[in-house]
Design a protein around this ligand. Sequence first.
Ligand SMILES: CC(C)=CCC[C@@H](C)[C@H]1CC[C@H]2C3=C(CC[C@]12C)[C@@]1(C)CC[C@H](O)C[C@@H]1CC3
Length: 378
Amino acid sequence: MAPAALEREDKERDAAFKQALHGKTAEGRAGFTAMLGKDHKAQKEAVDEYFKHWDNKPHTTETEETREARRAEYATLTRHYYNLATDLYEYGWSQSFHFCRFSKGEPFRQAIARHEHYLALKMGIQEGQRVLDVGCGVGGPAREIVKFTGCNTVGLNNNDYQIERATKYAKQEKLDHKLSFVKGDFMQMSFPDNSFDAVYAIEATVHAPSLEGIYTEIFRVLKPGGVFGVYEWLMKDAYNNDDPHHREIRLGIEEGDGISNMEKIEVALAAIKAAGFELELNEDMADRPDEYPWYWPLSGELKYMQSIWDFPTLVRMTHIGRGIAHRFVGCLETIGLAPRGTQKTADSLAKAADCLVAGGREKLFTPMYLMVARKPKA
Ligand SMILES: CC(C)=CCC[C@@H](C)[C@H]1CC[C@H]2C3=C(CC[C@]12C)[C@@]1(C)CC[C@H](O)C[C@@H]1CC3
């Protein structure tokens, strides 16, 4: 079959799966209530498809073959991850699926928006420019950056459910004349060469099987002189893959966050140069001496509570809060209100949260390695 026909077939299959699993939840309710409206059979399929990559594959026995098997299936792995996690993300975080820096007294949403503004500022995104958001989630950052800069943005995503939600939110905010969404695989984008003035990716390209591969594809769609900005998820220099504790942290993050192959900082720097970019800026924003670390909302440590409004966020992540949530979701599953696999998904996210916090605290991992790079003019 010709590649275009194969692609069409894949798109139809994914759209049909989205319809079966999410039904009308994509158009209506968000977060926790949306979770209860899933088709149980389709949810089981998504859970089985996702967790087959990790079940019975502990960090102690990880081999290059297990990693390669995940890399080979990065697209379905990521798609199923977001089929399972999107509602939990919207319920427990916001419509911007990324971390950020926090300053004292700064409300959560303001800190999240500031992180987005910072990237747009460092990239120098201008009014009227054509911009691509790679791995746009449900469009929270794209909406903010369109409002902040006045640019025109296309969001690229390989998950139909997220695209449907992103489209709905853009319409609700009356931004649909400047912001649209396209379904596609970021490793082989459907855009012609030299299409965009700027491309950004916020905590999304970590889902790629190869950083050099994704950066090369971004380079292709950028116009000469165009700019690429990214907040990358990376293991830091202190990470030692031969240390079982370090590996357990990396694997916990990968399993709970839909990642097939997370790399070290040095690999990302080499990849961006190998793709042809001129690197203008690189900094691990997690290394700034912030009083409130990026991972505080996941830490469950009450010392980070700044106002009474932080209490629910923090208490949910304490041992007691986790235990209650685990049993509550288990009960919902037993009585048939929540589909099978909801508890397994929630537990895996909770484990990822522990590993993210440990990775942050032990300075082994960063979710905000900032790189700004340019495609040369000639
Ligand atoms: C997966 C990538 C590359 C980016 C997403 C970053 C974050 C938005 C998520 C990483 C871990 C997530 C967790 C939650 C929300 C979204 C994240 C912070 C929860 C707080 C959602 C509510 C659950 O009860 C607990 C989750 C812990 C992990």
